[in-house]
Design a protein around this ligand. Structure first.
Ligand code: CDP
Length: 226
C-alpha cells in the first residue's frame, strides 16, 4: 500500500484531532505534528512578555523571533511532546485557560500565521507526517494526499475536554469549558485569513459516540483507500 505522504487532520477545538493524529502516526510509522502547539506557544510568550495580546504589531514581531522547540517527550506525564520556548519547558503552561482565552485572537494575525505556516511547511515537506490543525488541508498543505475533517457536537467536545483536565488533576467546570469552546469555534470560523472550514476535498469524519479506537480504524480505512 502506498500511503499518502502528508495526512492533514483539521477540525474544531477539542474534536479529538490530536489523539487521532498521534495514534494514527504511531500505527503507520509517521511523524505526528500538532500545529496548535505553535499558536499556543506564541500566545503564551506574548502573555508572558507583553502581558496582553491585543498589540498586533508587537505580538507579530514576537512570533517571528521566538524560538519554539518541539521534541519527543522527555517526561512520561501524558505529554505527546516537550514544548520549549527559548529553552524553558512550557508543555503544560500552553494548555492553561489564559492561553485558551487568547489564542484565537493571536491566530488571526496575518504575520503570526505566515511565520507559523512557514515552520509547518518546513516540518512537513519531507513527508511521512500526520499534521493536525485548522487550516492544514486548506492553506498549509492543500496538496495533502488525505484530508480528514474531524467533527463532534460541541457538548461532546466539552465533555471530552472536561474529563481530560480532571484526569490531569486540573480543576474544571463543564459549563465554562462549553462556553469557551463555542467562543473559540466562532472566532476560528469567522476570521478572514485561513478560517476553520473543511477543504473541498476533505472527508468529514464524525466521531460522535465513537470510541477513539473506532475513529482510528475508520481513518486507517481512509488511508488504504486514498
Ligand atoms: O486542542 P484544541 O483543539 O483545543 O486547540 P489547538 O489545536 O491546540 O489550537 C488552539 C488554537 O490555535 C485554535 O483555537 C486556533 O485559533 C489556533 N490554530 C490555528 O489557527 N491554526 C492551526 N493550524 C492550529 C491552531
Amino acid at each position: 500500500m502506498v500511503k499518502p505522504s502528508i495526512i492533514a487532520i483539521d477540525g474544531p477545538a477539542a474534536s479529538g484531532k490530536s489523539t487521532l493524529g498521534e495514534r494514527l502516526a504511531q500505527r503507520i510509522g509517521y511523524l505526528f505534528f500538532d500545529t496548535g502547539i505553535l499558536y499556543r506557544a506564541v500566545t503564551w510568550a506574548a502573555l508572558q512578555k507583553l502581558g496582553r495580546v491585543d498589540q498586533e504589531y508587537e505580538v507579530s514581531t514576537l512570533s517571528e523571533k521566538v524560538n519554539i522547540d518541539v521534541r519527543p517527550p522527555s517526561v512520561a506525564d501524558g505529554r505527546s511532546a516537550d514544548v520549549c520556548i527559548d529553552g524553558v519547558d512550557v508543555t503544560w503552561e500552553i494548555r492553561n485557560s489564559d492561553v485558551d482565552a487568547n489564542v484565537s485572537q493571536v491566530s488571526a494575525y496575518p504575520r503570526v500565521r505566515q511565520a507559523m505556516t512557514l515552520q509547518q511547511r518546513r516540518i512537513g515537506q519531507r513527508g511521512g507526517v500526520v499534521m493536525v490543525g485548522r487550516d492544514i488541508g486548506t492553506v498549509v498543505f492543500p496538496e495533502a494526499g488525505l484530508k480528514i475533517y474531524l467533527v463532534a457536537s460541541v457538548e461532546e467536545r466539552a465533555s471530552r475536554r472536561y474529563h481530560e483536565m480532571i484526569n490531569r488533576g486540573v480543576a474544571a467546570d463543564y459549563n465554562q469549558i462549553l462556553a469557551a469552546l463555542r467562543k473559540r469555534d466562532e472566532y476560528d470560523s469567522g476570521r478572514k485569513l485561513a478560517p476553520l472550514k473543511p477543504a473541498e476535498d476533505a472527508i468529514v469524519l464524525d466521531s460522535e459516540g465513537l470510541t477513539i479506537e473506532q475513529v482510528v480504524e475508520r481513518a486507517l480505512a481512509l488511508i488504504e483507500k486514498a
